[in-house]
Design a binder for this molecule. Structure first.
Ligand SMILES: *[C@@H]1O[C@H](CO)[C@@H](O)[C@H](O)[C@H]1NC(C)=O
Ligand SMILES: *[C@@H]1O[C@H](CO)[C@@H](O)[C@H](O)[C@H]1NC(C)=O
Ligand SMILES: *[C@@H]1O[C@H](CO)[C@@H](O)[C@H](O)[C@H]1NC(C)=O
Ligand SMILES: *[C@@H]1O[C@H](CO)[C@@H](O)[C@H](O)[C@H]1NC(C)=O
Length: 430
């Protein structure tokens, strides 16, 4: 049921559109950028508890559009953002799928790999990890706090094109959200990194025993698992109802939009030898561990000391111009970069850490906005992804993902009438 609820006007929406972009490229045609903010149904959380929900058929613009940005935050019933040391947003993913008219809706606990054809068809990004792995348009986490996903004019992600939706299917959207309540936790970083002993977990969500050497990561903090909290803690942590609020900006499809291909690359990817190009077979593990090194003598991070470097070399599946890029990493990260075959830096994305009560938490990543046309990648080019972490401490279940958005062309030759700019932001609660 849709219950439109117009709230206080969101402040200065138009300011956001200039973030990280050159104004000349921003919106010279004054094509209308629309904004809508939605909220998922609430979830209830108590100290130590993990929730991993798959919200299906979420509210989303239903027409033929180009997505300009997508942002997510966790809020309480009054709409206040929750500090990361209270509820840690481990990750979220925005996934598109086609649902057959006859199919019944999946439940909130249905993971994506259980969506089977013919009832469901995953309408994935452009690659590269393969079936059911990193198929999202965006896969981010706590760093969404301060991370720009805005795509400069005239670029956008084309969705809702009726010609692409198979007959008898409907295009729908899903948001996968994984959050951990770390109030009162004995070891907050351990809970955030899903250290298995803190969750008292020895079997995965399907009841299969985990191997001895699996010490932490998502297999130990699936939905409804609980991280250890201090038994006699003075503070009384109430159960609370939270929501995921997400904001979509888009333009209605028009002749000036240049569609982007969306790729998610993973530094753990080990393409199978012998497989090439578009048929290159990938093996993305998503998570990896960083083992602590004894390097207490030097506090400085330099090339050799306490820097865990993870690299993956893969074949770029298309040719195009890099328009936007951003990495996704976890606490402990020191930076990530993406290189061409000749060693040129195509995109470098650095973590932003919080201050005050969010000190030590990853709250953002810098995004790349190369001057359109300046970064060309060739089809079949061997590109390298690098993810660096500080190894002064051991880190479990870290990430090194890259969102890489490319355009086939830079400008469209046609030009046109100007249209009026409007911003109609309102909040819709399901
Ligand atoms: C869908 O339902 C219609 C009528 O209820 C039926 O004729 C058709 O065979 C069904 N299609 C599938 C794929 O189940
Ligand atoms: C819980 O107890 C541990 C060990 O006594 C302590 O280090 C930690 O700071 C406590 N956590 C909180 C949230 O008070
Ligand atoms: C840990 O799990 C085991 C078996 O699943 C259970 O017997 C034990 O009581 C748990 N320990 C704690 C501290 O919850
Ligand atoms: C990662 O570490 C390597 C080796 O020290 C260094 O050359 C590179 O510049 C680092 N990259 C980033 C993005 O931090």
């Amino acid at each position: 049921m849709l219950l439109p609820l117009v709230l206080v006007m969101m402040t200065m929406i138009s300011c956001l559109e200039a973030v990280g972009t050159n104004n000349n490229y921003n919106n010279p045609m004054n094509v209308v950028i629309k904004t809508q903010t939605f909220s998922t149904p609430s979830f209830t959380i108590t100290p130590g508890l993990v929730i991993e929900n798959y919200y299906y058929n979420i509210n989303f613009p239903k027409s033929h559009i180009a997505i300009k940005s997508f942002d997510v935050e966790v809020v309480d019933e009054s709409g206040n953002q929750i500090p990361l040391p209270q509820t840690y947003l481990h990750h979220w993913e925005l996934v598109r799928y086609y649902q057959h008219k006859n199919a019944t809706n999946p439940t909130i606990n249905t993971p994506y790999h259980e969506l089977q054809e013919p009832n469901f068809i995953m309408a994935s990004n452009n690659g590269v990890c393969g079936r059911n792995v990193l198929t999202a348009f965006y896969a981010l986490g706590s760093e969404s706090r301060k991370l720009s996903t805005f795509l400069p004019y005239p670029y956008g992600i084309e969705v809702g094109n009726p010609k692409e939706i198979p007959a008898d299917y409907e295009e729908r959207w899903s948001l996968n959200v994984h959050a951990i309540d770390t109030r009162g936790a004995e070891n907050k970083l351990g809970c955030i990194e899903c250290h298995c002993h803190l969750y008292n977990i020895t079997k995965d969500r399907f009841g299969r025993p985990l191997t001895e050497d699996y010490k932490g990561g998502l297999q130990c903090c699936y939905d409804k698992t609980k991280c250890r909290v201090n038994v006699s803690d003075g503070e009384d942590f109430q159960e609370r109802n939270l929501f995921v609020r997400y904001r979509v900006k888009w333009v209605d499809w028009n002749d000036f939009v240049i569609p982007l291909k969306v790729y998610l690359f993973d530094v753990t990817d080990k393409p199978l030898p012998g497989s090439t190009g578009a048929s290159q077979q990938h093996h993305c593990l998503v998570e990896y561990d960083v083992e602590a090194e004894s390097c207490s003598l030097t506090k400085r991070l330099d090339d050799s000391k306490c820097n865990a470097v993870k690299k993956s070399k893969v074949m770029f599946p298309t040719s195009g111009y890099l328009i936007y890029g951003v990495a996704s990493q976890h606490i402990g990260a020191t930076g990530a970069a993406f290189y061409g075959e000749d060693g040129r830096v195509l995109c470098s994305s650095s973590p932003i850490y919080g201050e005050g009560n969010e000190e030590g938490y990853m709250i953002g990543m810098t995004a790349c906005y190369p001057k359109p046309g300046s970064m060309k990648i060739n089809k079949g080019e061997m590109v390298t992804f690098v993810s660096n972490y500080s190894s002064t401490l051991t880190h479990r279940g870290v990430l090194g993902l890259f969102h890489i958005f490319v355009a086939d062309e830079i400008f469209k030759s046609s030009s046109s009438t100007l249209s009026e700019e409007v911003s109609n932001d309102n909040i819709i609660v399901m």
